[in-house]
Ligand binder design. Structure first.
Ligand code: UDP
Length: 325
C-alpha cells in the first residue's frame, strides 16, 4: 500500500521513493523484497526482506539521531515505509571500513580480514555507466560534487556513524566490517545522513566471522532473510545507553584579514630574517582554538560554532575564521 495520492518519484533497485501527500518537504521511502548485487546483474525476490531492511534502517537511524547525528528520518509509516526529509542526494557514496573486504581487497590486493589501524573513509562516484569508480576528494571538489568543507563534514559524520554503530554492535558480539552512507542536502544547504543503513549496505560478522549481510547473497553462501532476522534481533537487544560518547575535536582557525596590520607577524618576520632564514616574504600570526566536544558534528553544531565565532572567538571586522573538522 503506497497511499492514494503518492506519486512515484524514483524507482530504485530495491526501494521506491514516493511523494508524501502530507507535505512537500518530506518523501516516503518504500522498501521492496528485491535483492540485487553486482550493479543489478544478480537479482532475486525474498519475502520479508524489505520489512527487515526497513526495520534495521529505522532502528539505526533513530539511534544515530539520539546520539546527535542529523539524518533524513522523520518517522515510521505502515508497512515497510519510512517518512523522510526531502533532500537532494549527493552523487557520492561514502564507504567506511574497519576491516578489509570486498572492493578494497580487489583494488589493492589487501587480504580480506586485515584490520585497519584506523577506519578508512572512501568516496565513490555514483555513476552506473562508469561502474561507480573511487573518487579522490580533490577530484570530487573539482567535479563540483561537494565543497572541501562539505567533504570534511561528511568524513567527520561518517566516522561518528562508524563509532556509534560499531560500539552498538560490539554489545551484541557483532563486528562492523564496513558500510556505505549517502548524504542529502536540504533546501537550506544542510547535509543529512540519508538513504538506508541495513544489511544491504553494511558488512557485519558474527562471533564466528559468519556474514549477517548481503555478502550471503553476493556469494550464495547462506539464507539472507534469516541472517537479517538475526541481525535485527541482536540490534534490538543491544543496550544503546552502554555506548559512551565519542570525543570530537574541532579546530577553529582565526587569521587577520588581508590588508589588516599584523604587528606580531611583522616582529616574527624580522626575527626570522635576523636569524638568517632566507626568502621570508611575509609572516601572519593568527589564533587556533582546539575545541573538544562529546557530541558529533552536525548542521546545528556548525551553526552554533558560527555564532560563537562571531560573538567570541574572532573579530569579524579584522579577522577571518575557518572551522576545520
Ligand atoms: N555498498 C553499498 N552499495 C554500493 C556499493 C557498496 O551499499 O553500491 C556497501 C557494501 O555493502 C559494503 C560497503 O559498501 O558494506 C563496501 O563495499 P565495497 O566497496 O567493498 O564494494 P562491493 O565489493 O561490496 O561491491
Amino acid at each position: 500500500m503506497t497511499g492514494e495520492h503518492s506519486d512515484l518519484i524514483r524507482e530504485g533497485k530495491v526501494k521506491r521513493v514516493l511523494s508524501d501527500p502530507a507535505s512537500p518537504d518530506t518523501i516516503i521511502i518504500e522498501f521492496t523484497d528485491a535483492v540485487t548485487a553486482g550493479d543489478g546483474a544478480k537479482r532475486a525476490e525474498m519475502l520479508g526482506k524489505g520489512k527487515l531492511a526497513c526495520e534495521t534502517s529505522l532502528l539505526l537511524l533513530r539511534y544515530l539521531q539520539q546520539r546527535g547525528i542529523a539524518t533524513h528520518l522523520v518517522e515510521k509509516l505502515d508497512g515497510p515505509r519510512l517518512r523522510c526529509r526531502r533532500v537532494e542526494i549527493l552523487p557520492v557514496e561514502v564507504v567506511c571500513r574497519n576491516i578489509a573486504a570486498g572492493s578494497v581487497c580487489r583494488r589493492y590486493g589487501i587480504e580480506q580480514g586485515t584490520v585497519f589501524k584506523r577506519p578508512v573513509v572512501e568516496f565513490f562516484l555514483k555513476d552506473d555507466a562508469l561502474g561507480d569508480p573511487l573518487v579522490t576528494p580533490e577530484v570530487a571538489v573539482q567535479m563540483g560534487l561537494a565543497t572541501e568543507d562539505e567533504l570534511a563534514f561528511i568524513r567527520s559524520v561518517t566516522l561518528s556513524v562508524n563509532y556509534y554503530v560499531r560500539e552498538l554492535m560490539r554489545q551484541v558480539k557483532l563486528t562492523l566490517v564496513d558500510f556505505k552512507l549517502e548524504f542529502g542536502r536540504t533546501p537550506e544547504g544542510e547535509l543529512l545522513v540519508a538513504d538506508e543503513i541495513s544489511g544491504d549496505t553494511m558488512r557485519v560478522w558474527d562471533e564466528t566471522s559468519t556474514s549477517l549481510d548481503k555478502d550471503l547473497f553476493r556469494k550464495s553462501t547462506g539464507d539472507l532473510v534469516s541472517a537479517y532476522v538475526e541481525l535485527l534481533e541482536r540490534l534490538v537487544s543491544a543496550d544503546t545507553k552502554a555506548v559512551g560518547p565519542r570525543t570530537e575535536r574541532i579546530v577553529v582557525e582565526v587569521m587577520p584579514k588581508r590588508g589588516v596590520k599584523n604587528p606580531p607577524g611583522e616582529v616574527t618576520m624580522k626575527a626570522l630574517r635576523r636569524l638568517g632564514m632566507k626568502g621570508v616574504q611575509d609572516v601572519r600570526v593568527g589564533k587556533l582554538f582546539v575545541i573538544s566536544l562529546d557530541r558529533p558534528v552536525s548542521p546545528a553544531l556548525m551553526r552554533e560554532l558560527e555564532a560563537m565565532n562571531l560573538k567570541l572567538l574572532s573579530n569579524p571586522v579584522a579577522e577571518t575564521h575557518h572551522v576545520r573538522l
